[in-house]
Design a protein around this ligand. Structure first.
Ligand code: SAM
Length: 276
């Protein structure tokens, strides 16, 4: 398919503060003949704040295949398109990547108009990466969170998670059990009630107002020294309780778990207690 790159734009939009919409993004929306949006209602709000009115079509996680097809058809008809998600960068814990993958595979030229991203803003606000290296994980799965987190512990970089306000307290508690403190809690970034808190122990979780949008950052012993130590952790920061749970899940017998815990320096009595 041959047309100018600017006919197909992937556009970053604000994560809260409308003033973060870049002039290039405004231009891309103004130029578009059709805007493909994850949430057409919020897209209409964004457009009306710019005094623009444009045909909108939905592109969300449940219709991505078919919507990607519609973008390609519009491009083939010579139309200018823009793809936006509900907030931030399309494709980052949001729909968009499926179309981008197709565009690459099918030699469809496209242009990225970068915008705010909660993960990058949270990482910078957290101060937990000395040189900017980090791992973005996004939302944890609903089940087997511990197993995922223990695997992530092996990657020595600060990690950024997304979480909804409904599960925020449980997730912070879990992160404090697995990673060296602190957990940086970034709430409502770029908005009026923006705040960042650094939590070192589960008692502090009560400081959190479970409303709004949250991004979490853990240090993970990467390029920064851990800033605290945690009771109930071995020297590498693994929770003994959690390790025993995992070993039980894997089917190890009580005696085998005790032996392993003892090798990690846990006293015999405590090892038995945990294993049972
Ligand atoms: N595409 C977006 C981006 O580029 O950041 C992310 C979309 S994802 C569906 C939404 C999640 O991002 C929220 O649940 C929250 O974890 C995080 N998030 C979005 N806006 C935020 C904000 N203003 N402050 C903190 N976290 C935010």
């Amino acid at each position: 398919m041959s047309f100018p790159r600017e006919n197909c734009r992937i556009v970053g939009t604000p994560i809260g503060n409308l003033n973060d919409l870049s002039p290039r993004a405004v231009q891309a929306l103004a130029d578009a003949d059709i805007i493909f949006a994850e949430d057409t209602r919020s897209a209409r709000g964004l457009l009306s704040s710019l005094k623009l009115s444009k045909p909108l079509e939905s592109y969300h996680k449940d219709n991505e295949d078919e919507a990607a097809e519609r973008i390609i058809k519009a491009l083939a008809e010579g139309k200018k398109t823009a793809l936006i998600s509900e907030a931030g960068m399309p494709g980052i814990s949001d729909p968009g990547m499926l179309f981008i993958k197709r565009a690459i595979d099918e030699n469809i030229p496209f242009e990225i108009i970068p915008g705010p991203c909660a993960a990058v803003s949270a990482l910078v606000a957290s101060g937990l990466s000395r040189d900017g290296r980090f791992l973005f994980y996004g939302f944890l799965p609903r089940k087997k969170k511990e197993t995922v987190l223990l695997k992530l512990r092996e990657i020595p970089y600060p990690i950024v998670f997304y979480e909804s306000c409904h599960r925020i307290k449980q997730t912070i508690e879990l992160l404090l059990r697995v990673f060296p403190p602190p957990v940086a809690v970034c709430r409502e970034l770029t908005k009026i009630y923006e705040e960042a808190l650094w939590l070192f122990n589960p008692q502090e979780i009560e400081k959190i107002t479970p409303r709004g949008e949250f991004s979490l950052v853990v240090n993970n012993g990467g390029d920064n020294e851990p800033t605290g130590s945690k009771k109930g952790m071995d020297k590498e920061g693994v929770s003994i309780e959690m390790l025993s749970e995992l070993l039980k899940e894997r089917g190890l017998k009580t005696g085998e778990i005790v032996e392993l815990l003892k090798k990690l320096g846990v006293k015999r009595n405590r090892a038995y207690k945990q294993a049972l």
